[in-house]
Design a protein around this ligand. Structure first.
Ligand code: SF4
Length: 422
């Protein structure tokens, strides 16, 4: 088993960067605890601290800027208690993800956060963060930051963290890290350090200790004694598939030998998705596999409503549609939305379109009928009967039986439709 935390003495930071000390002290704490390195998960994010990943023998997860605490909390919640999750984050990231830190502290999630606080965004050239002390010079505040900074230790302590400590990141502070790692629940160490490349450059006459004192940030430890996060007892739920009614298959020949794509395109509120479900149920009754996907605007009941359906005698591995063989267009909204797809249909495709709509520019074979004349809410269903009659992929009898099962026959103008199709 690998016992060393770091796989190199040549860490990837600038000469003199405080991040060296944080990595080495964290490694020392883990090694002193005798932890199996494979029981340790480091979560880092964007910023100079995050380039440590490749130098670690432990598991690493690298996240978006400021999100490492949220990621780490998720990792921790999914693991047994004997695993150690350590989150590295910069002062910039801690500002971006401040709410994540406070929530993890409030919930007392079992993880240790080590903030690399060098008072600026090092990776992007030295901009100020929410932890930059008032008066500290940065690339965009050359005469000193005019803003007061967060006291991250006080914030997380007040939020309920079990162990919080602020240290000066010089020399050996591995014991503090070890205490944090040994404390059940949320722990955070704010390591005060300086970025030689930008912090020193913009504040040439200042020493780290003096900057911390001037910022009135005491070097101390805060503790709470709260129970660490654990999931509340969960109700066990039955497998949802057990609740899904079984669709009895008909004893009929399958007319399809290959997968087909069908698009139903109409207006929101006119039963497009319901008609799609009815078509899918009918296809399943005929022994086919199906996928159904609905697309409509966020605003309910307004604009287009489109259903994309795959029907196949074989298993379907991809639910997307590329070049449908069949399209049903029942309203202006649907026509406008699907205009480009209609134009790209090939000559073997069948397009069912309501007679109120313009004749589209397409190579497909067009069938024009008065679907909307049966009432806007019946237009797509009515077109499905034409689709069934014309294609024989499903039968009109199957559609009828599904409408009957769903108690929809009474209000549906079936006689009129059958007369038209006879
Ligand atoms: S830019 Fe600053 S924070 Fe980044 S590695 Fe170099 S010294 Fe460290």
């Amino acid at each position: 088993m690998e016992t060393k935390v770091l796989n190199t003495n040549n860490l990837p930071f600038c000469k003199g960067c405080g991040h060296h000390g944080i990595s080495q002290n964290t490694a020392k704490a883990i090694e002193n605890m005798g932890l199996n390195i494979l029981d340790v998960i480091f979560v880092t994010d964007i910023g100079c601290h995050g380039i440590i990943d490749k130098s670690l023998n432990a598991h690493t997860v690298h996240g978006l800027h400021g999100r490492s605490v949220a990621l780490g909390a998720g990792v921790s919640m999914g693991l047994p208690e004997n695993k150690k999750v350590i989150v590295f984050i910069g002062d910039g990231g801690a500002t971006i993800g401040l709410q994540h830190i406070l929530e993890a502290a409030r919930l007392n999630v079992n993880l240790t956060v080590i903030i690399h606080n060098n008072f600026l965004y090092g990776m992007t050239g030295g901009q100020l963060s929410g932890l930059t002390p008032k008066g500290f010079n940065t690339v965009i505040t050359p005469n000193g930051s005019p803003f007061g900074e967060h006291d991250i230790c006080e914030l997380v302590y007040t939020a309920g963290a079990n162990y919080v400590s602020r240290v000066i990141g010089i020399g050996d502070f591995s014991e503090t890290i070890q205490k944090a790692l040994e404390t059940p629940g949320f722990s955070l160490i704010e390591v005060m350090e300086i970025c030689p490349s930008y912090g020193v450059k913009f504040n040439p006459k200042r020493k780290l200790q003096e900057i911390v004192e001037a910022a009135n940030k005491p070097i101390k430890t805060w503790t709470n004694n709260r129970a660490p996060f654990s999931f509340p007892e969960r109700k066990t739920v039955n497998n949802l598939f057990d609740k899904t009614p079984v669709i009895e298959k008909l004893n009929v020949e399958k007319n399809l030998t290959k997968q087909i794509q069908v698009v139903l395109s109409g207006s929101a509120g006119e039963g497009v998705q319901l008609a799609a479900t009815i078509l899918c149920k009918a296809a399943v009754k005929h022994g086919y596999n199906i996928t159904q996907k609905g697309t409509y605007p966020v605003t309910v009941g307004v604009g287009f409503s489109v259903a994309e359906i795959n029907i196949s005698p074989n298993e379907i591995y991809f639910h997307g549609l590329s070049n449908p063989e069949y399209m049903i267009i029942t309203s202006q909204d649907g026509y406008e939305y699907s205009k480009k797809t209609i134009q790209t249909l090939n000559k073997d495709a069948l397009l069912f379109i309501d007679q109120s709509l313009p004749t589209p520019d397409t190579n497909a074979h067009i069938i024009t009928m008065d679907f909307r004349g049966k009432g806007a809410k019946n237009a797509v269903l009515s077109a499905l009967f034409s689709f069934a009659k014309k294609t024989n992929i499903i039968s009109t009898e199957t559609l009828k039986s599904i409408l009957s099962e769903m108690n929809m026959l009474e209000k549906f103008p079936l006689a009129e439709i059958e007369k038209e199709l006879a």
